[in-house]
Design a binder for this molecule. Sequence first.
Ligand SMILES: Cc1ncc(COP(=O)(O)O)c(C=O)c1O
Length: 461
Amino acid sequence: MAEAALTNSRIETEYRNRTKKSAQLYQEALELLPAGLTHDSRTLLPYAIYAKRANGPRKWDVDGNELVDYFGGHGALILGHCHPAIIEAVQRQITEGTHWGSSHELEVQWAGLIKRLVPCADRVRFTASGTEATHLAIRLMRAYTGKTKIVRFVGHFHGWHDQVAQGSTSHYDGGRPAGILPGIVDETILVSDDDLGPVTDVLTKRDDVAAVILEASGGSWGQVPLPPGFLKGLRALTTKHGVLLMFDEVVTGFRWSRGGAQQRYGVTPDMCSLAKIVAGGLPGGAVAGRADILDQIDPDRAKAAGREKIAHQGTFNANPLSAAAAIATLSIVEMQDVCATAEGTAEELRAGLRKILVEEGIPWGVYGEASSFLIFQNPKGVAIDPATFDPLALKFKGLKGAKDANLSHRLRISMIANGADFMGAPGGLVSAMHTSEEVARTLDAFRTSVRWMKAEGDIRG
Ligand SMILES: Cc1ncc(COP(=O)(O)O)c(C=O)c1O
């Protein structure tokens, strides 16, 4: 079938015309992989691009399109793609062994870097992913307190394991997602983060809460920002009630600042989970936090404290390749303020995007903290001035709760057709390797994209 016959949309036609090999691969993948994908958040309509290689802030797809990349390895790449120090470390390591099945010097160096950088990190335990890190942290906190309930916030994402399933990407009313045991859902108390009222209420009325966990950026790397004073208030509240506080710093660690969101906001939790940047762009994660909580994993110290030893295994914990990449990355983070560099570029991008919305008369909003940027596409057509847009006014219900995935897909395929790859929010994460050149290219792509969307009736208001 001729491409033009598939759609009347210019946007879709431009996208399809540039991504023919990706379209073929997607057709093959549909017979092999559910939804043709390996990660839910790589969904894109009509189909996603297939990447081939990357360097610094850019990547190339199988059709040869060069794109400014804002996925950044789902946030794992604060130093962009293929940083020479990481390549050198991984190449050296691969010739010395990828898995010794032994303790090794690199894991000690790696943990030392985390301890120096992250305020709450008295002890570190490595895992193979962020999902594993939040899973382990929850087990440790329940065991430590002898209590079962975990308080979470609607729309905060902590990986895909059962304990954190409802209310993160669906079932915002706390309902039970298919495949999750009712007992597990019952042990989670899901509350709104619009203000401190609901969590205060829970902690005041109940004495069975082990811990409160949250993304300190606000849900989904800041798509729903927290009200001012929320973290400090939550720290005081949890301390008052003897409840543990855990920050999920899988995205914010080594990005919101060298010491993560906890350092940026000056609030130290009892525990945190780390992944993405912590492993230098290779697979890995970690739980870091108070020695008395993590030492439940240590049989002697657990015994001395009158506690049961908590089991924790994992074939790829602190694997040497990830450790080598991690040390290379975190050493640079420690020596140079790459977080500030990336944040400066993100601010330039946010300002540029905002200016285009104003100039083109589009009632969307641009926001985001540190090196993130987010675009609110205003699916319900509420009155918005892009020059003064304040996401806090919309809260969860108006932001993530109101999201129209199709509108996001439309912007993203337009952006790809014009040379930039955004994440689904829509938005993205900027690395320290992005420069004003990438910003300028992205802004050109954005102006063209919103004009196309306007012409096709995608923009309300
Ligand atoms: C805040 C947060 N926590 C946990 C996870 C899960 O990490 P992983 O994908 O490494 O399992 C993610 C992944 O995006 C995340 O954003």
